[in-house]
Design a binder for this molecule. Structure first.
Ligand SMILES: [Mg+2]
Length: 367
C-alpha cells in the first residue's frame, strides 16, 4: 500500500460563544483549521485535522501547518501509510521539529490503518474502556460572575468538570475561582488554568488564597522551573500542560515530582503515534491525564475520542469535545456529546466522513 496524494484544505470554525479568551488578553473569534487527506493506491483515504489555538498559544500557527505540509508531503509520496513508526521517522527526517505540522498526517494514517484492518482507531490504540468517558468544559475568561453563570449553564448540559481560564489580574482570578467554586456540587472537578499567565509569586499567592477550595492548578507560569517552584510551595493537585511537549520533559517532570496530572495535546506532541507513547508511559507511572488537542472541529474531536476511550478510565482525568464549541460541522460521523460525555465511533478508522465539497480548492496538493 502506497501514499499517492496528500491534500489539505483550510476551513474556518466560528465559535458559538463568539470568542474564546484566555490568559494575557489573548483571544480567538474564528479558528483557522486544516483538514488533511492521505490518499492511497488502494482507494482508501485517511483524514486528519490540526487547529492551533491562534498563533500565540503554542509555537504553532495555522499558516505554518500548510507551509510545513508542503515541505514534508513530497517525502511521503510512495510510502506505506500503515507503517506508522517508519512514517513518523520519515516526517522527522524531512522537517526538524514542528510537531503540529505532522500531527494531521499521522492521524490520517491511523485512519487508513483502521480502515484497512476493519478496526476502530480506539482498538488499535489499546482497547475501549467503558461505554463513554467524561469531558471538561473550558470556561472563557470573563468577569467572575459571568464565569460562574457559564459554569452553571454548562453544568445543566451535563458537564461535571470545568477548566477556568484564569491567568489575568491576580485579585480578579482569586474572585473567579471562588465564584465558580460556589456553584459546583460534590463530585464536580474544578481546574484553574492560568495558561502561563501568572508570575511565580502571584501564582503562589493566588493558590494560597484559595487553599480551602477543591481546585487543581494548571500551568501557572511560563517556564518549567517557575512551575516547579510554585508546585513545591502550594498544596493543590498540580497540572502541567504547555511545558510538556515531549517525552524528555515528561520524564524530567516525573522525576522531579512536578505534576499530578499532565495535559497531552495530540498536535503539541506530533500526532497519535507520539501521544500514545506518552499516554502509555503515564499509565505506567501513575500520572492522570487530560487528553485533547489545541483546538479543532469534528475530525480533531474524533481523534481525541479514540485516544481518550482507549485510556484506562482511572487515568483519564478529562477530555474535550471541541466540535460542540464551534458552529460548523466539517464531517459526518463525528462523536457528539451526550450528558457531558463522549464515546469513540465503532466504525473502522476514525469513523468520520469530511464534507470535502464544502471546503473549496485545496491549499496543499502534492501527488
Ligand atoms: Mg491547559
Amino acid at each position: 500500500m502506497r501514499i499517492t496524494r496528500i491534500a489539505a484544505w483550510q476551513v474556518d470554525l466560528p465559535l458559538h460563544e463568539g470568542s474564546y479568551k484566555w490568559s494575557g488578553g489573548k483571544s480567538v473569534t474564528v479558528f483557522d483549521s486544516t483538514v488533511v487527506a492521505v490518499e492511497t493506491d488502494t482507494g482508501v483515504v485517511g483524514y486528519g485535522e490540526v487547529c492551533p489555538l491562534g498563533p500565540a498559544y503554542l509555537p504553532a500557527y495555522a499558516n505554518g501547518v500548510r507551509a510545513g505540509l508542503k515541505e514534508i508531503a513530497p517525502a511521503l509520496i510512495g510510502q506505506d501509510p500503515t507503517q506508522l513508526g517508519k512514517l513518523n521517522r520519515l516526517m522527522d527526517a524531512a522537517l526538524k521539529g514542528h510537531p503540529y505540522v505532522k500531527s494531521a498526517v499521522d492521524v490520517a494514517c491511523w485512519d487508513v490503518l483502521g480502515k484497512v484492518s476493519g478496526l476502530p482507531v480506539c482498538t488499535l490504540l489499546g482497547g475501549r474502556y467503558g461505554e463513554d468517558f467524561h469531558l471538561y468544559r473550558a470556561i472563557s475568561q470573563e468577569a467572575p460572575d459571568a464565569m460562574a453563570a457559564n459554569v452553571a449553564g454548562y453544568r445543566a448540559e451535563g458537564y461535571r468538570r470545568f477548566q477556568l481560564k484564569v491567568g489575568g489580574d491576580p485579585d480578579t482570578d482569586i474572585e473567579r475561582i471562588k465564584a465558580v467554586a460556589a456553584v459546583l456540587k460534590p463530585g464536580d472537578r474544578l481546574v484553574a488554568d492560568a495558561n502561563t499567565g501568572w508570575i511565580q509569586h502571584e501564582a503562589i499567592r493566588i493558590s494560597k488564597a484559595v487553599r480551602d477550595l477543591d481546585v487543581y492548578i494548571e500551568q501557572p507560569c511560563l517556564t518549567y522551573d517557575e512551575c516547579r517552584a510554585v508546585r513545591r510551595q502550594i498544596t493543590q493537585p498540580f497540572v502541567l500542560d504547555e511545558n510538556i511537549d515531549g517525552i524528555d520533559v515528561l520524564m524530567r517532570a516525573h522525576a522531579d515530582g512536578a505534576m499530578d496530572v499532565v495535559n497531552l495535546k495530540i498536535s503539541k506532541l506530533g500526532g497519535l503515534t507520539k501521544t500514545k507513547q506518552l499516554r502509555d508511559l503515564c499509565v505506567s507511572l501513575g500520572i492522570g491525564m487530560t487528553l485533547e488537542d489545541s483546538w479543532g472541529g469534528d475530525i480533531v474531536t474524533a481523534a481525541i475520542s479514540h485516544l481518550a476511550h482507549s485510556t484506562p478510565t482511572e487515568f483519564l482525568f478529562s477530555s474535550t469535545d471541541f466540535n460542540s464549541y464551534v458552529t460548523r460541522s466539517i464531517a459526518d460521523g463525528a462523536p457528539q456529546r451526550v450528558n457531558g460525555r463522549l464515546a469513540a465511533s465503532t466504525e473502522p478508522g476514525l469513523g468520520v466522513r469530511p464534507k470535502l465539497r464544502e471546503f473549496g480548492a485545496p491549499a496543499v496538493d502534492v501527488s
